[in-house]
Design a protein around this ligand. Structure first.
Ligand code: 13P
Ligand code: SF4
Length: 305
């Protein structure tokens, strides 16, 4: 009898006591085999609390690094070692160190979409779902350095009114939809509620009714009595939205909203990862110890809403 890829994955998962975590931007086939899907904060919390021995992380490198830092005794596998996040690579630890020298009294908050080295010299880490609460939890007199996402940083600055220095990083996927794209879809579907990710640039954020992380979008739609939604974020989430809400209609703000790195993970690669124990993501001990302080603060701050 020949086993299907999914059967092989499930057998290996049992054999190795492995859990599959998948980000909401993963393709439908990956979301369907995952034990748990979620946004960056939900996945980090899950990685920190799982009793599995092996975590297969279907996402990008910074997520697997975060899982490994929070769960140092587990084997964390990233099925494609080239699945990175270009935004995370937009600031190096050297560049952040220079910025810290320029503003020695500032508190550093880094978005989880950053390297382990950057996290290691940050005071706090945050995700898009709890960035406002993390910044609100810091002494009001303190200046804040926020890296690397200028769009999320601007959003937090608007919400909190805090004195913030922003790094000019951005997500190359979230710049695909323009405000004109969103306005056209809004004109065609006037009853639809527009949900945008805070990684979108300001003109798109200004067209949205709500600015939410991917996990918050799922919760919002689930509890809303509205029937139509325009979604301004990576299109992988439309699969989950539709699956969880079959009676509601979703319109992507742009078909171009695709993160090529998130889409590198395939069923075949998940199977190879489990078969050959690859690619093991391990952060050097010193870096991990320092980064864990900022990450521990992140996982204890609740999301907004
Ligand atoms: P969230 O799922 O936390 O909203 O993050 C979006 C993202 O871009 C992850 O890379
Ligand atoms: Fe990075 Fe943007 Fe892809 Fe998220 S969607 S992993 S921020 S490039």
């Amino acid at each position: 009898m020949t086993l299907s890829i999914i059967e092989k994955i499930n057998n290996l998962k049992k054999e190795k006591n492995a859990v599959i975590l998948a980000h909401n931007y993963q393709s439908a086939e990956i979301q369907d085999i995952a034990d748990f899907t979620g946004d960056s904060l939900e996945l980090s919390r899950k990685a920190a609390s799982t009793s599995a021995d092996v975590i297969v992380f279907c996402g990008v490198l910074f997520m697997a690094e975060t899982a490994s830092i929070l769960s140092p005794n587990k084997t964390v596998l990233l099925p494609d070692k080239t699945a990175g996040c270009p935004m995370a690579d937009m600031i190096t630890a050297e560049q952040l160190a220079e910025l810290k020298e320029k503003y020695p009294d500032a508190v550093v908050v880094c978005y989880v979409n950053s390297s382990a080295e950057v996290k290691a010299i940050s005071d706090y880490c945050c995700t898009s779902s709890n960035a406002v609460n993390v910044v609100d939890s810091i002494d009001a007199k303190k200046k804040i350095i926020f890296v690397p996402d200028k769009n999320l940083g601007e959003f937090v600055k608007q919400k909190t009114g805090r004195n913030m220095v922003l790094w000019p990083g951005y997500c190359p996927t979230h710049i695909f939809a323009t405000a004109d794209d969103v306005k056209k879809i809004q004109a065609a579907h006037p009853a639809a509620v527009t949900l945008a990710h805070p990684e979108c640039p300001r003109p798109v954020r200004d067209c949205a009714d709500e600015l939410l992380s991917t996990g918050q979008m799922l919760k919002f739609v689930h509890s809303s009595d509205k029937k139509e939604f325009i979604i301004a974020t990576e299109i992988g989430i439309l699969y989950t939205l539709q699956k969880q809400n079959p009676e509601k209609t979703f319109y992507p703000a742009s078909e171009k909203f695709v993160c090529p790195n998130m889409k590198k993970i395939t069923l075949e690669k998940v199977l190879f990862a489990l078969e050959d124990n690859k690619y093991v993501i391990k952060v050097p001990y010193d870096v991990a110890q320092k980064a864990k302080k900022a990450l521990d603060r992140m996982v204890t701050v609740l999301p907004k809403g």
